[in-house]
Design a protein around this ligand. Structure first.
Ligand code: ACO
Length: 311
């Protein structure tokens, strides 16, 4: 009965074990996982757009092949994550419909434009860096299919982060104009990358329950602090400045002091009013419509196969 099933679920969570698709789970646990995993999957898919913008204009054949591979990795991440969500009983078509109807969330970060090549460096260093800080602990998420998908995703994200760092390093050590371009990209991406970790802890409605269920292992602010701690020495190596005059290590608190994040901007982007929200959704909708013939062909093929097997 339900009480026994709940007790068994609680025992697994208390022992830091894994919940698998066929296990009983509370409806709210299932719901929060679908919410987080579908948001995460959509982020990977929408996240292909800002970088795809530079594939045809990458400065060399080598850079172009690296960027293409990276954008393909993101498609792969989206697909693992949609599959993980599907094990919870939601279909990929339903998730896609929610996304193109503008009813699903995806990370705020992908609503910013990529006007220069240095943005490819800043996305790798800052955006993929933030993704790693957020996602390495998710490899230990209590839901098996999600945690396992994160392992490979994190390995690939580490490679992405290094390629971004390397782009910025080369630009930073290049001509004066290249150095300025790198600094400008870091200036534009730094604050949005800090917003990727979500609202401050005291305004994060989902954190406490997600941590109790061992889905999240650290709070939004803890991970944001950890990320900043990673960036400070790396910015020094890059010879670039993080655009926060108040950023300083505080011995007493054992954490970095920093300026207040512009939460109005964060909420505007979440409400669909960021610089590129409309464009990102429109592009995704168009791609979905353009792909209709592939889905129809696949359905027709599947139907033919089904009748052939019956013969
Ligand atoms: N962009 C868009 N929405 C956000 C963001 C953000 N940066 N941060 C928080 N939100 C949303 C949450 O999804 C939640 O909305 P919902 O209740 O409608 O789902 C709401 O703001 C309140 O936030 P929290 O209570 O803090 O939500 P949660 O506990 O889910 O924490 C977090 C948010 C940290 C983003 C978490 O969902 C997470 O770790 N997700 C997996 C990682 C991920 O999605 N990464 C995507 C970007 S990285 C990449 O794909 C390369």
């Amino acid at each position: 009965d339900e009480q026994a099933a709940q007790a068994q679920f609680d025992r697994i969570i208390d022992a830091d074990g894994r919940i698998e698709p066929r296990d009983w789970m509370p409806a709210a646990y299932r719901k929060t996982l679908v919410r987080q995993i579908s948001q995460h999957a959509h982020s990977e898919i929408i996240g292909m757009q800002p970088e795809a913008n530079w594939i045809t204009r990458a400065p060399s054949l080598k850079r172009k092949s690296i960027l293409m591979a990276k954008v393909q990795d993101e498609a792969g991440h989206g697909l693992y994550l949609y599959s993980a969500a599907q094990t919870l009983g939601i279909g990929r078509e339903e998730m896609t419909d929610q996304l193109i109807a503008g009813r699903a969330r995806y990370s705020s970060i992908f609503n910013y434009p990529t006007p220069t090549w240095a943005d490819m460096g800043a996305i790798g260093w800052l955006v993929d860096g933030a993704a790693i800080a957020n996602q390495v602990p998710l490899c230990r998420a209590s839901y098996g299919p999600y945690g396992r998908a994160m392992v490979r995703i994190c390995k690939e994200e580490s490679f992405h982060q290094r390629q971004g760092f390397e782009i910025l390093l080369e630009l930073s050590q290049g001509t004066e104009a290249q150095h300025r371009m790198a600094q400008d990209a870091v200036d534009r991406w730094y604050w949005p990358s800090l917003m990727m970790f979500g609202p401050p802890d005291d305004e994060s409605p989902n954190s406490a329950q997600s941590m109790a269920w061992n889905i999240k292992r650290f709070s939004n602010d803890e991970l944001r602090q950890r990320f900043v701690g990673m960036l400070v020495p790396q910015a020094e190596v890059l010879g670039l400045t993080l655009p926060d005059p108040n950023l300083a290590w505080n011995d007493e608190t054992g954490a970095y002091d920093m300026s207040e994040i512009d939460w109005t901007e964060f909420h505007e982007v979440l409400a669909g009013r960021g610089p590129c929200n409309a464009q990102r959704l429109q592009h995704r909708r168009q791609a979905h419509e353009d792909g209709a013939w592939v889905r129809e062909a696949a359905h027709a093929y599947a139907a033919t196969q089904a009748t052939t097997e019956q013969v």
